[in-house]
Design a protein around this ligand. Structure first.
Ligand code: HEM
Length: 471
């Protein structure tokens, strides 16, 4: 038994030495790799860094190894960039080289091996999908077509919160109602549909289904096919405005995409649009509850610019600088996708004088770019004023490489055009109609965060007291 153990130990040691030699050769000779912790064979750096590669852990590693470093995660190279200049290089200057997405077994299952748009490699398919999705989703015309719907959804949230007697006393988990609102905002665009209430059976079913095949089937049976039926029975008269799926089905009928692509588009919108926006609204509310002075200042802006009780609409957002600053500050401190969606280089590439082997996974630590005290004044403070004072020129669209909540360049978020007005309308309406407070007995709500590779959301959905205002 002991001998067997010894034999195994020797084999492991041998493998370790061979591996170390191999990697040092890779580092030293053939490739000039970025710095990083020394990997061990097979596991790479897994044992040292663990698999919780969230923005804070990666920030700690950047402080140790610099603005570009390399981790070996098993077989894959993971390159993390943590400076505005390198972010510019990856996302803009060498945007084509680094414009692909990594794939793994899980992604392949969820995207039918890259038949979608969000997770597909940079190339013809991605270009086609992005083009086909632009007209139905990502133009100002879409905003103008649906903004009344979003305003109605926000008004319905206000009504429901007012109706709930718990709101003004022990408080409610307002996120639950906002989740319904976000589904409705997106399902209106996609299918011209909405769910009546949080108990709507189809809504419950949709939320519960995280097995991909079943979700796609549900989208097909209950939404895509329903819309097709409506189209073929000519119930849609010509004057009725098309919703997104009508455009997408047209592209399918022309043979540009197949039936699966249609469903993956619906799936992508569900994944990319609903929760990200919801997390941001949830963070915004939490920060406003914990900063009553900022909340009052925002309410004052709404009351004076619009008139007390006059409900904010989409065109108002551009005339409300403090509201815009609150939204920007929320997206800075509580960035919903803090490491962006991982990028990848299909071929060997160079970055800051280092070699980046083909098919490396590239993470841009966008959260750190926006929270680095060397770049921002007291970044740990929630202070919307910064976007009206020293950072007045910084926009959310990537005009400054220190602030990339939606990324920038080819793979940047096309949904920014919808997300910003939805955030403005929703937060604006809540602050106009309620005083938002922590629950009784608490002075603040818990803003501990849960950071993953794809998300930064609040750990515990907050209970908030919403006291209706009278005008
Ligand atoms: C506050 C809300 C949102 C935030 C913070 C956000 C952020 C992001 C980020 C950081 C990326 C990755 C950029 C990169 O990899 O370089 C992304 C990609 C994407 N987002 Fe958003 N997003 C939001 C809302 C939305 C909405 C509402 C939609 C659609 C209606 C949407 C659709 C997409 C799509 C399709 C992509 C993939 C683009 C591509 O790979 O070419 N997002 N988003």
């Amino acid at each position: 038994m002991d001998l067997l153990l010894l034999e195994k130990a020797l084999i492991a040691l041998f493998a370790a030495i061979i591996g170390a030699i191999f990697i040092s050769k890779l580092r030293g000779k053939k490739f000039k790799l970025p710095p990083g912790p020394i990997p061990v064979p097979i596991f790479g750096n897994w044992l040292q860094v663990g698999d919780d590669l969230n923005h804070r852990n990666l920030t700690d590693l950047a402080k140790k190894f610099g603005e570009i470093f390399l981790l070996r995660m098993g077989q894959r190279n993971l390159v993390v960039v943590s400076s505005p200049d390198l972010a510019k290089e990856v996302l803009h200057t060498q945007g084509v080289e680094f414009g692909s997405r990594t794939r793994n077994v899980v992604f392949d299952i969820f995207t039918g091996k890259g038949q979608d748009m969000v997770f597909t490699v940079y190339g013809e398919h991605w270009r086609k999908m992005r083009r086909i999705m632009t007209v139905p989703f990502f133009t100002n015309k879409v905003v103008q077509q649906y903004r009344h719907g979003w305003e109605a959804e926000a008004a319905a949230v206000v009504e429901d919160v007012k109706k709930n007697p718990a709101s003004a006393t022990e408080g409610i988990v307002i996120r639950r109602r906002l989740q319904l609102m976000m589904y409705n905002n997106m399902f209106r665009i996609m299918f011209d549909r909405r769910f009546e209430s949080e108990d709507d059976p189809l809504f419950l079913k949709l939320k519960a289904l995280n097995v991909k095949e079943k979700r796609l089937q549900l989208f097909k049976d209950y939404f895509v096919d329903e819309r097709k039926k409506l189209g073929s029975s000519k119930k849609l008269d010509n004057n009725q405005l098309k919703c997104a799926i009508d455009h997408i089905l047209e592209a399918k009928d022309k043979g540009e995409i197949n039936e699966d692509n249609v469903l993956y588009i619906v799936e992508n919108i569900n994944v990319a649009a609903i929760e990200t926006t919801l997390w941001s609204i949830e963070w915004g509310i939490a920060e406003l509850v914990n900063h009553p002075d900022i909340q009052s200042k925002l309410r004052h802006e709404l009351d004076t610019k619009l008139g007390p009780g006059v409900q904010i609409t989409e065109p108002d957002v551009q005339n409300l600088p403090y509201l815009q600053a609150v939204v920007k500050e929320t997206l800075r401190l509580r960035m919903a996708i803090p490491l962006l969606v991982p990028h990848m280089n299909l071929h060997d590439a160079k970055l800051a004088g280092h070699d980046i082997p083909a098919e490396s996974k590239i993470l841009v630590n966008a959260w750190w770019l926006a929270n680095n005290p060397e770049q921002w004044k007291k970044p740990e403070e929630f202070r919307p004023e910064r976007f009206l004072e020293e950072e007045a020129k910084v926009e959310a669209n990537g005009n400054d490489f220190r602030y990339l909540p939606f990324g920038v360049g080819r793979r940047s978020c096309p949904g920014i055009i919808l997300a910003l007005p939805i955030l403005g309308i929703t937060i604006g309406r809540l602050i106009q109609n309620f005083e938002l407070l922590p629950p009784p007995g608490q002075t603040k709500i818990d803003t501990s965060e849960k950071g993953g590779q794809f998300s930064l959301h609040i750990l515990k959905h907050s209970t908030v007291v919403a006291k209706p205002r009278s005008f």
